[in-house]
Design a protein around this ligand. Structure first.
Ligand code: ZN
Length: 400
């Protein structure tokens, strides 16, 4: 933001970030005149994006008058969000501050392909909007979390090992059409697609560790993936490949065939799918990470033993991750996240990583539970749509 160039989108950003929440503070930070600040704020009021709250304590520099506190109006729109897992999906209507207004979860098989899955999500969105009591035209955007690598510029998944039939598919276009058809939302609604581990990391970091400047979340469910949040933003690498640690080769996996077609991947020996296979071979039927989770919840001894061993395998790879990124928080999430797995991770991590890398590291489990990807998807939609430049363009489109 360059001095007197601050536009309405910039002012909104200053208010939302808490940097300046009164007219006086906005003048001071931007160097704009009182009249110009007033004019730009009027646009935000007319759009319904900003509201006046309580009077702040008297500021002597502004002549002793109490100044009115400005705040983002998080009720003027809602976000639709969904998170796909291999066999289950979850969808919700969220407020702009991430509060869940209506939520639904049910089995939905990602292997059934994008047509069927995205059409079903549209149906869910229609029902959820009714349940939330919000009109279709209140929806400002859709966020979707998928269990595969995503090129966020195009919103398409790239060679996803556990999403057959989705490679290169136009998820954004199809989901917007499906929501328009079943939930009567605008056909050109912005749709944002990202990897589930990224969105889980984003949701969890914002909710529980907002001051952590380097945050890593590892999701261990049917597959294994990591999300990295640096200085409050998802770190994706140059084309969305960052964090795809499930396909790093590990010595103990030499003869294990992975879904990606290679042998020896971490996911082939330490994922929920790998554990389900080994449990089945041992006479304990399990078809997916979800089933392994149920066995772990019931304290099944073989599941517990294998989860701890899997934790050690993942911990070995995480020793490198931690050494490279020096995070403050390493969060374990997904079907296998629980005490046995965490114990295994810690055993290997503290043994293999340099003491310097782990001295200030907290190894924790997720706190938003099943909702983390959903909450992260909603939050990312809001951050993108209300970022200064995008907000300015949207205000112009609204004609305010
Ligand atoms: Zn692999």
């Amino acid at each position: 933001m360059a001095g007197n160039q601050a536009n309405a989108g910039d002012l909104l950003h200053l208010v939302r970030s808490g940097r300046a929440t009164t007219r006086g503070a906005l003048q001071e930070v931007t160097g704009l005149s009182r009249a110009t600040v007033g004019h730009r704020l009027d646009r935000l009021f007319r759009a319904g994006w900003l509201r006046e709250g309580a009077a702040e304590t008297v500021n002597s520099r502004l002549g002793g008058r109490p100044s009115i506190h400005l705040e983002f109006d998080d009720t003027h729109a809602v976000v639709l969000a969904a998170a796909l897992d291999t066999r289950h999906a979850r969808a919700a209507v969220l407020t702009l501050s991430g509060e869940v207004l209506a939520e639904y979860t049910d089995p939905l098989t990602v292997e059934d392909g994008p047509e069927r899955v995205l059409s079903q999500l549209g149906v869910w969105f229609g029902d959820l909007l009714k349940e939330a009591g919000r009109a279709a035209d209140a929806v400002c955007g859709i966020g979707l979390a998928v269990p595969g690598p995503v090129d966020t510029d195009s919103g398409r998944v790239i060679q996803p090992p556990i999403m057959p039939g989705w490679d290169g598919y136009d998820i954004r276009g199809r989901l917007a059409r499906s929501a328009a058809e079943h939930a009567a939302t605008a056909p050109d609604l912005p749709v944002l697609v990202d990897n589930d581990a990224n969105l889980m990391a984003y949701g969890e970091q914002r909710a529980g560790h907002p001051d952590c400047r380097a945050f890593v979340l590892v999701k261990v469910s049917t597959g294994i993936g990591a999300g990295v949040v640096v200085d409050g933003a998802i770190f994706r690498g140059i084309d969305g490949g960052a964090g795809d640690i499930g396909h790093i080769r590990v010595p103990q996996g030499a003869d294990a065939l992975c879904r990606c077609g290679s042998y020896g991947c971490l996911a082939a020996v330490a994922s929920g799918r790998a554990l389900a296979r080994r449990l089945t071979e041992a006479g304990v039927p399990a078809a997916s990470g979800w089933d392994v989770r149920e066995l772990l919840a019931a304290g099944h001894p073989e599941a517990v033993r294998l989860a701890r061993e899997a934790g050690r395998g993942v911990g070995e790879v995480l020793a490198t991750v931690v050494t490279l990124l020096n995070p403050g928080v390493l969060m374990i999430a997904g079907d296998l996240a629980g005490t046995p797995f965490l114990t295994g991770v810690r055993e290997l991590l503290y043994q293999r990583a340099l003491p310097r890398s782990t001295a200030h590291l907290d190894v924790v489990t997720a706190r938003l539970g099943e909702r983390s990807a959903l909450i992260g998807a909603g939050a990312l939609v809001v951050e993108e749509l209300y970022a200064p430049e995008r907000a300015e363009r949207r205000l112009a489109a609204l004609g305010v």
